[in-house]
Design a binder for this molecule. Structure first.
Ligand SMILES: Cc1cc2nc3c(=O)[nH]c(=O)nc-3n(C[C@H](O)[C@H](O)[C@H](O)COP(=O)(O)OP(=O)(O)OC[C@H]3O[C@@H](n4cnc5c(N)ncnc54)[C@H](O)[C@@H]3O)c2cc1C
Length: 464
């Protein structure tokens, strides 16, 4: 009987294990998970934390019993401590019993995920300072909210988790300050979109300080804390550090698995690494970016689940392929929906793609229909060819699902002209006659035409 060992039991790991077992029911599929949970929806943590009536266990998709019922040998609280890829053996330490066992494997899937970045700021290790990555992090934070009843919070980092948590903590009645090192919120979003996010935060009573560097978290009199920055000190009761994640690749590296240019594990489209019989999937691995045509590392649950399925199928002898990513992602902050897909103009320029950027505004619903609100779209298109490169949207209305039209267009290699010609649905409760997606394409086409005229005029001047 063959043995498939999966390291990590959340999105990528459980998808891989389930798929491998489905493909090869007779195989011994073993999952090693360091933590006490498997298969939970980390993405739901901010909403769960906001609601004191809900338990964090609501986020568990499969209990250990469900997993074992599928015939998977789940070893919770087991940390894979070493991989000998020549002998095809994994060492696993039982974190409760203390013993280390060796498991030989025919195929190994690395699904070790990502770890929160802990910047070298003094004072991060003290009580009242949190990160939010694993279910146990969410439980600790939620328990602190219930027991310590903090009145103030500082969130360090204005990425999407910082934004979702700003809403959650305001919802729990805290006074919230967000501090961000760069000079806009939501790094990775165009300034026009970031400005709308900052506005939504302000409208809902969140104080935002951008262009600020945190120097230390200090203990002050009583139970209080203070976040010392280069612009002064912010008194608080709770600090959430949400400055991003890094791929967990130490085990892979020690096993001779090559990392890619992004620092995550390099894989082919079948999720194979450079080491025979070793696959990788999820936040620890790279993915092929369909727009840039290069490897990218954009850690998301969508990608982790899909890559996990492919890795599990192929570990069980399959020949599946992962189609790549466009970096499609969305989040909500209070009443504002925000989403992106593809490359921003800045990212495109960094890759040598010459783009025009079009910014448009259109109502979410038909004129006169209640609840029609403006949606802002920024769209990047390649100068010369008109190929769609990326889009971002923000507004009070359906944004996160509208971005999927752009994501589909990116996968199909559409030009903005092809996008403009799409037959999208219209009825007053859902959209205006010209949907924000179509208006964005029209504005981009006009920008491209203007750019072409400028290029022709410049060529004429040179020719004279
Ligand atoms: C608050 C929050 C909100 C999010 N919202 C969204 C969203 O809206 N949309 C979206 O697409 N994504 C979202 N994400 C991201 C998404 O949760 C991750 O991309 C996804 O969990 C990645 O899954 P993974 O299995 O690759 O890694 P992980 O979830 O990190 O799981 C890896 C597992 O491997 C285990 N492990 C690591 N090393 C070892 C070892 N040596 N031995 C044994 N076990 C080990 C870890 O304990 C961990 O449980 C969110 C994340 C957070 C934290």
């Amino acid at each position: 009987m063959s043995r498939i060992v999966v390291i990590g039991g959340v999105a990528a790991g459980m998808s891989a294990a389930s798929q491998a077992k489905r493909r090869q029911p007779e195989a011994d599929v073993v999952v090693l998970e360091r933590g006490p949970y498997v298969s939970y929806g980390a993405c739901g943590m901010p909403y769960n934390i906001e609601d004191p009536a809900r338990t964090m266990d609501d986020l568990v998709v499969l209990t250990p019993a469900d997993v074992r019922e599928r015939g998977i040998d789940l070893r919770l609280r087991h940390r894979a401590s070493g991989v000998d890829s020549k002998r095809r053996v994994v060492a696993a330490q039982d974190l409760e019993g203390g013993a280390t066992v060796e498991l030989d494997y025919d195929a190994l899937v690395l699904a070790t995920g990502a770890a929160p970045v802990q910047p070298p700021i003094p004072g991060l290790g003290q009580p009242g300072v949190f990160v939010l990555r694993e279910l146990t992090d969410g439980q600790a934070l939620k328990q602190h909210l219930a027991e310590a009843q903090p009145a103030r919070a500082v969130i360090v980092g204005a990425g999407y988790i910082g934004m979702e948590m700003a809403e959650a903590l305001r919802g729990r009645g805290l006074a919230v300050t967000v501090v961000e090192r760069i000079d806009q919120v939501t790094p990775g979003f165009d300034p026009a979109i970031a400005a709308l996010v900052a506005d939504a935060l302000g409208r809902h009573g969140v104080s935002v300080e951008t262009g600020v560097t945190v120097q230390a978290v200090e203990k002050v009199e009583g139970d209080g804390l203070a976040v010392r920055t280069d612009r002064g000190s912010i008194p608080t009761d709770l600090v959430l550090v949400a400055v991003g994640v890094r791929p967990r690749v130490e085990l892979a590296r020690s096993a001779g698995v090559a990392l890619g240019e992004t620092g995550a594990i390099a894989v082919d489209d079948g999720m194979r690494t450079n080491v025979p019989a070793v696959f990788a999937a999820g936040d620890c691995a790279e993915a092929w970016h369909i727009v840039s045509g290069r490897p990218a590392w954009i850690p998301l649950g969508t990608t982790a689940n899909k890559q996990g399925k492919v890795a599990g199928a192929n570990a069980a002898g399959g020949t599946e392929c992962f189609a790549g990513i466009a970096g499609t992602a969305g989040f909500k902050v209070f009443d504002l929906e925000v989403a992106r897909t593809g490359l921003t103009s800045t990212e495109a320029a960094g890759l040598g793609i010459d783009v025009v950027t079009a910014i448009s505004r259109q109502r979410s619903r038909a004129h006169g229909y209640p609840g029609a609100n403006p949606i802002t779209t920024t769209l990047a298109a390649e100068r010369g060819t008109g190929r769609l490169i990326g889009a971002q949207m923000a507004g009070v209305g359906v944004v996160a699902k509208r971005i999927d039209v752009f994501a589909t267009a990116l996968a199909a290699g559409f030009t903005v002209e092809a996008l403009e010609a799409l037959d999208l649905s219209y009825a007053p409760p859902f959209a205006p006659v010209f949907d924000p997606v179509l208006i964005a394409a029209t504005v981009a086409r006009k920008r491209l035409e203007a750019a072409a005229r400028e290029d022709a005029a410049a060529a004429g001047r040179v020719g004279r």
